[in-house]
Design a protein around this ligand. Structure first.
Ligand code: GDP
Length: 156
């Protein structure tokens, strides 16, 4: 993204999802673009890790939630994650922060999570939007960042 499109503003964007879905690869591709700092936090347990989760989520402006289209488990995990974000991360206006759902690894033939199911899920859980991407093939990565910026701007 062009710097001027961001008007010099700084946003905190969460990149969350199950393990091995491609979060690290995604952020690495974006470094030098809109992502300037990158902290990796692994949340192992559930309730017992909530204080850490809260600290990590604090003051976020938006969220990128990622799953792997070849992993049904990583997809269903997004439901609990989205609920956690909605309840734990009140945005600055008191409403939940905008979340973009990214269906990663769409380059792989052995996908098990189909677009129809993703669209229904994204609608039901109030995602700002959803997109299929391939971090590996650099497909729609920049578009997805553009979407998240748009989500933040729309909120303001
Ligand atoms: P994280 O645990 O969510 O941070 O996932 P990583 O970024 O470490 O990626 C996990 C594995 O998936 C690595 O072997 C990546 O090379 C691979 N990977 C990431 N994105 C893609 C993608 O779009 N397509 C494919 N085929 N593999 C990917």
């Amino acid at each position: 993204l062009q710097k001027r499109e961001l008007s010099g503003q700084l946003f905190k964007v969460l990149v969350i999802g199950g393990s091995q879905v491609g979060k690290t690869s995604f952020v690495k591709r974006c470094v030098g673009g809109v992502f300037t700092e990158f902290y990796k936090v692994t949340i192992g347990g559930q309730e017992d890790c909530l204080p850490i989760t809260r600290a990590f989520f604090r003051d976020a402006d938006a969220c990128i939630m990622m799953f792997d289209v070849t992993s049904e488990k990583s997809f269903t995990f997004c439901e609990a994650l989205k609920q956690a974000v909605d309840t734990e991360v009140p945005g600055k206006d008191g409403n939940p922060i905008p979340c973009v759902l990214l269906a990663n690894k769409c380059d792989l033939a052995q996908r098990t999570v189909q677009p129809g199911a993703i669209a229904d899920f994204a609608n039901a859980l109030n995602f700002f939007t959803w997109m299929e991407i391939s971090v590996k093939e650099n497909k729609h990565v920049e578009d997805s960042v553009r979407q998240i910026v748009e989500a933040v701007m729309t909120k303001r």
